[in-house]
Design a protein around this ligand. Structure first.
Ligand code: PLP
Length: 359
């Protein structure tokens, strides 16, 4: 009998946000934290310009893309490794640094991919409780052990929308063993304007055991193309370049990514829309009786006073109207739903549907 390696059959496959609402004549997709403004027009043009080049292999080293990211972010392109979404980089880091008997640590309501990546290599996912739906550095440090090969910190975190300050991230790093790799998953960094927040790039430059991952799927609106990057110390760059596929990032992703990262205006517009629409939606949802947790990302977590059954009923009721939100049972928050901040029109219609449901 064919038998996969230990742990593989313990993996609960990742279930993405719903994208189809059969029967609804208009679909409002607020389940996957996509940018309602779409991609930069420059990125779309770069993608379209490749139509005659589809028979060519991509640049396996993503040199031009890394140079563009380095220029915009003010970091060394040699420290950057690109991947097919940051999901691929998360999986490769776990594959390279953890195995059977090892532990991968993250906080209780952290991103589900960390547990999936850990189980895939036979490692054990370990969670630390949170305080106020926010990563708790002390709780993480208590659970770190010599078996802990990686600690994942989504900062800001999905699905809670919370973040911890640069000082807290540094306290986490200082409390971990040198042999433990700290991975700061900053998928929503571009949305955060709080002054005590940093994406972690500076810490990568100061340590040989910190990696920061970023994505083009969120503010850059390129989720379909699968593009992410990791900023790493030299030894980790070397390791990732050994374990990744030689052509793991398509040329379409590279070309669109270069245009997207350079389009600061599109990012600013996206950030502005997100901030205004989040404030408006949070106020209306609070007035309607929902608990809205503060979020620095492009989504909000809302808690239903009626508990898990109410959250489930709201999810199903809105789905029938073509409004797709994200259920949170898999994240241990069954009385909550996560709602991506969409266009003004989408948020207005979603709020109306929630008000109707709550009455
Ligand atoms: C969306 C998301 C990612 C990344 O996604 P990719 O599309 O694979 O780049 C990574 N981490 C968190 C916390 C996310 O929410």
């Amino acid at each position: 009998m064919l038998t996969p390696r230990p742990g593989i059959l313990d993996v609960a496959p990742y279930v993405g946000g719903e994208s189809l609402a059969p029967g609804a004549n208009r679909v409002i997709r607020l389940a996957s934290n996509e940018n309602p403004l779409g991609a930069s027009a420059n990125a779309v043009a770069a993608y379209e310009a490749l139509r005659g080049e589809l028979h060519r292999y991509p640049d396996g080293g993503a040199k031009a893309l890394r140079a563009a990211i380095g220029e915009v972010e003010g970091i060394d392109p040699e420290g950057i490794v690109c991947g097919a979404g940051s999901d691929e980089l998360i999986a490769l880091l776990v594959k390279a640094y953890a195995g059977t008997g090892d532990e991968v640590l993250y906080s209780a309501h952290g991103f589900l991919m960390y547990a999936i990546a850990a189980r895939t290599v036979g490692a054990t996912p370990v969670t630390a409780p949170e305080a106020n739906l926010t990563a708790d550095v002390d709780a993480l440090l208590v659970r770190a052990s010599p078996r802990t090969k990686l600690v994942f910190l989504a900062n800001p975190n999905n699905p809670t929308g919370s973040y911890i300050s640069d000082a807290e991230v540094r306290r986490l790093r200082a409390g971990l063993a040198d042999e433990t790799l700290l991975v700061i998953d900053a998928a929503y960094a571009e949305y955060v304007e709080e002054t005590d927040y940093t994406d972690g790039a500076a810490l990568v430059g100061e340590c040989d055991n910190v990696v920061m991952t970023r994505t083009f799927s969120k503010i850059h609106g390129l989720a379909a193309l699968r593009l992410g990057w990791a900023y790493c110390p030299p030894a980790v760059v070397d390791v990732l370049n050994r374990v990744r596929g030689p052509f793991n990032v398509s040329q379409a992703a590279q070309s669109a990514g270069i245009a997207a990262v350079r389009d600061l205006e599109h990012c600013a517009r996206s950030r502005r829309h997100n901030k205004q629409a989040t404030a408006r939606f949070a106020a209306a949802a609070t007035a309607a009786g929902l608990t809205v947790f503060p979020s620095v990302g492009n989504f909000v977590l809302v808690r239903f006073p009626g508990g898990a059954s109410a959250a489930e009923a709201a999810l199903a009721t809105l789905r029938r109207q073509g409004i797709l939100l994200r259920g949170m049972a898999a994240y241990g928050l069954p009385d909550c739903l996560r709602i991506t901040i969409g266009s003004d029109e989408d948020m207005r219609d979603t709020m109306q549907a929630l008000q109707d449901f709550l009455q």
